[in-house]
Design a protein around this ligand. Structure first.
Ligand SMILES: Nc1ncnc2c1ncn2[C@@H]1O[C@H](COP(=O)(O)OP(=O)(O)O)[C@@H](O)[C@H]1O
Ligand SMILES: [Mg+2]
Length: 390
């Protein structure tokens, strides 16, 4: 059978807003005012702006929870107006802050809400729920048959994400999905999301009022003010060149520091660590130092296990000593190669260490210092208002 390949191209997920406007009631100001925006397939666009600027309204017009007053929305060049709302919504993942899991359904059944509407059989739904629970870091065996009330807020938020991903929609709408959870959980959810997105790229429109979240998550940031689009740019471009004072205020005076969120530690190409393997004979260590193959930091070397996982820093002068309990103190800070430079800097400052040990899958990759990171701070291009005086 030579069926048309429309499903492939129809599922790419390019999103285009054209002169989109919404007025809730006659006499009201426009909640969304001639918003034009294109999100290429597979990219994450974060809509930011102060409360009430029209972010949620814009998002809800995409899956027709709200009908536009004017303008149009195209997904892969096809107007959403030409598609029945119910069918459209099955093709668009939707994640909101109030997760909205159904309390009387198990986690598995909540996750497979859309697949059930699409008529998947039970084994396929079960397999998909299991796969997704694994992806979001919840043990499937433990959680698939539990009920939402048995989960923490952060876990429920994860399940909400899994539910939105269940039928593998090409387009995801996420309205402040992580803003109701504590900062640590939020950071974990953001990282989970980014990891998932690298594995299965989708077009995502993500609403946030948090510029840090936007810088971290976005390929494109769209800044809105009073229903209008003020600037749409990559995070780096937005931080370097805010279009006007409103955007400059919104991104904040510390935008150079925020720029550190755009690079990951692995990009720094961490310097090699002065590693010795546990039980390495002292003579071998001395020989390597003499040969210039091992350069201690200060007078310390890093002891790793046979797999390369860090065990402890040791002073060279203490190497001959039998390890004591104190020597097994954890290595701090441990920095993951995928951490942002900003997170790495925080970790270094918090632990008052000059060097952090960079690991990947638990194995030492090198060391990174505060100076290495500061060296990556590029002074922002002055805005006109800042440059004007002088
Ligand atoms: N259902 C509604 N009826 C009337 N006005 C609304 C409704 N929903 C939102 N608005 C108004 O539209 C504007 C944009 O709201 P919203 O899109 O929720 O902003 P945001 O998500 O950026 O906080 C606000 O002035 C808000 O009061
Ligand atoms: Mg909102």
């Amino acid at each position: 059978m030579d069926g048309p390949t429309t499903t492939q191209s129809a599922r790419a997920g390019k999103l285009e807003l054209r002169e989109l406007s919404k007025r809730y009631a006659p006499g009201d100001p426009l909640a969304v005012d001639s918003l034009s925006l294109t999100v290429p397939a597979g990219q994450v666009c974060v809509l930011v702006g102060p409360s009430g600027c029209g972010k949620t309204t814009a998002l809800k017009m995409v899956n027709r929870l709200i009908e536009p007053t004017d303008g149009d929305i195209l997904i892969d060049d096809r107007s959403v107006r030409d598609r029945p709302a119910a069918e459209l919504r099955r093709d668009i993942g939707y994640v909101i802050q109030q997760v909205g899991l159904l309390p009387h359904l198990t986690i598995g059944a909540n996750i497979t809400t859309v697949p059930r509407l699409l008529g998947w059989d039970r084994p396929r739904m079960r397999a998909r729920a299991t796969e997704l629970l694994g992806l979001i870091g919840l043990d499937p065996e433990r959680y698939v048959d539990r009920y939402p009330a048995e989960l923490s807020g952060g876990q429920q938020q994860r399940v909400g994400l899994a539910r939105a991903l269940a039928a593998d929609p090409p387009l995801m709408l996420m309205d402040e999905p992580f803003s109701a959870v504590d900062p640590i959980t939020r950071e974990r959810l953001q990282n989970d999301f980014l990891r998932l997105h690298r594995q299965v790229p989708k077009t995502v429109v993500f609403v946030s009022h948090d510029i840090d979240e936007a810088v971290k998550m976005a390929d494109l940031i769209a800044v809105m003010d009073q229903g209008r689009l003020v600037q749409c740019a990559t995070p780096a471009e937005l931080l370097a060149n805010p279009a006007n004072d409103f955007v400059a205020d919104f991104v904040g005076a510390d935008r150079a520091l925020k720029g550190l969120s755009l690079s990951r530690v692995e990009e720094l190409d961490p310097a090699s660590a002065p590693i010795i393997v546990v039980d390495e004979p002292l003579e071998a260590v001395s020989a390597r130092i003499d040969a210039g193959e091992l350069t201690p930091i200060g007078d310390a070397v890093l002891v790793v296990d046979r797999r390369g996982a860090p065990l402890r820093w040791r002073r060279l002068t203490d190497l001959g000593r039998v390890p004591s309990d104190q020597d097994t103190a954890v290595v701090e800070p441990l920095i993951d190669a995928m951490d942002t430079l900003r997170d790495a800097l925080s970790a270094l400052v918090e632990s008052s260490s000059t060097h952090g040990v960079v690991v990947q899958d638990g194995v030492v990759q090198g060391v990174v210092s505060i100076e290495d990171i500061i060296g990556r701070l590029t002074p922002p291009v002055p805005t006109e208002s800042a440059a004007g005086h002088g």
